[in-house]
Design a protein around this ligand. Structure first.
Ligand code: NAD
Ligand code: UDP
Length: 339
């Protein structure tokens, strides 16, 4: 298939571009590079040995998006482009609604106009809000608790309405759990700007000495070691989930949500220990107050993706940490590092 990948220069996008091309698909990338570096796409070409069209376009620029669809003939779109920092979304809600929701509307209008009806959308486990029942299943009510999460809920609803309006549309809503790790080459990986918000990039920056110590946000939760539990999934397993979803929506219509997680939860301390084992580096940490809004436990029931997409996460937590370490130790300053 010929696939347009929005946000293809970002963390999950680059890994998915590699997986798509290795599965025999052709790709074009649309990205405004607001949270990514063109160097990432050079490295995707280096890994795969394949060149592909890159459109430096902002999804809010409807004319430019229209231009991309006029130039290419796409069988499907994978839509990663969006802003993703929960804390920032509380400070700048309008920016988040504008970029994520309006950007998606602009994209869908161009798709509809050009008869492109297959879409894989990056949703998030955050749509489940404060669900008490674990593991999380796709049929639970969705109700996010911050502006970022609400953009995902709104977009899921918009796409559901779109699919209901026309039998032509076939849409997969992929609800990611916690993507971590990097491609095994160590050439592409997560490259957050400034101090990372997420656990594993923070740990790896402590390991290379860029940050002094990890704050562990609370050890008084009702969990075996008192720290929060999450479902960490290797980014290459997640990338493969997109290839499987693409295959699925080629032979179906309508809209479907799928959890992409391993189904296994690990605590913050488990992750620190696995990273120490993978890297041989002792991680300095300090237990601090809880981070407001953190759920004590979150992990997926990924049965539906297994049954309907034929997909299952394969890589272990240790492998996630080994691959993250290879990326981080070879690229202490991400894509700004010397090649
Ligand atoms: P990322 O920030 O690395 O990638 C997003 C890409 O989209 C960036 O390259 C950015 O430049 C681009 N972009 C943003 N707004 C754009 C716009 N208006 N026009 C064109 N390009 C634009 O993020 P990621 O971690 O790769 O996440 C990809 C998607 O997955 C996002 O939608 C995110 O909300 C979702 N998601 C991520 C996680 C996670 O933990 N990383 C978890 C759940 C869901
Ligand atoms: N966490 C932490 N210190 C950090 C960042 C995260 O202890 O510097 C914890 C956080 O409380 C949560 C887990 O690590 O329990 C995963 O956090 P992350 O932000 O990576 O993912 P999310 O909260 O979105 O699931």
């Amino acid at each position: 298939m010929n696939v347009l990948v929005t946000g293809g220069a970002g963390y999950i996008g680059t890994h998915t571009c590699v997986e798509l091309m290795e599965a025999g698909h052709e790709i074009s990338v649309l990205d405004n590079f607001s949270n990514s570096n063109p160097e990432a796409l050079k490295r995707v070409s280096e890994i795969t040995g394949k060149e592909f069209p890159i459109h430096q376009v902002d999804l809010l620029d409807a004319k430019a998006v229209e231009g991309v669809f006029s130039q290419g003939s796409y069988d499907a779109v994978i839509h990663f482009a969006g802003l993703k920092a929960v804390g920032e979304s509380v400070q700048k809600p309008l920016e988040y609604y504008m970029n994520n929701v309006t950007g998606t509307l602009v994209l869908c209008q161009a798709m509809q106009k050009h008869g492109v009806t297959r879409l894989v959308f990056s949703s998030s486990a955050t749509v489940y809000g404060t669900a008490e029942k674990m593991p999380l299943t796709e049929d639970l009510p969705i109700a996010a608790i911050n502006p970022y999460g609400r953009t995902k809920v709104m977009i899921e609803q918009i796409l559901t309405d779109l699919a209901a309006s026309s039998q032509q549309f076939s849409i997969a809503l992929l609800r990611y759990f916690n993507p971590v790790g990097a491609h095994k080459s160590g050439r592409i990986g997560e490259d957050p700007s400034g101090i990372p918000n997420n656990l594993t990039p923070y740990i790896s920056k402590v390991a290379v000495g860029v940050l002094p110590e990890l704050p562990v946000f609370g050890n008084d939760y009702d969990t075996p070691d008192g720290t929060c539990i999450r479902d960490y999934i290797h980014v290459m397993d997640l990338a493969n989930g997109h290839v499987k979803a693409l295959e699925k929506i080629s032979s179906t219509t309508g809209v479907n949500a799928y959890n992409l997680g391993t189904g296994v939860g690990y605590s913050v301390m488990d992750v620190i220990h696995a990273f120490e084992q993978a890297s041989g580096v002792k991680i300095r940490y300090r237990v601090t107050d809880r981070r407001p809004g953190d759920a004590p436990v979150s992990y997926a029931d990924a049965t539906k993706a297994g049954n309907e997409l034929g997909w299952k996460a394969k890589r272990t937590l240790l492998e996630m940490c080994e691959d993250l370490w290879r990326w981080q130790s070879n690229n202490a300053n991400g894509y700004q590092s010397q090649r």
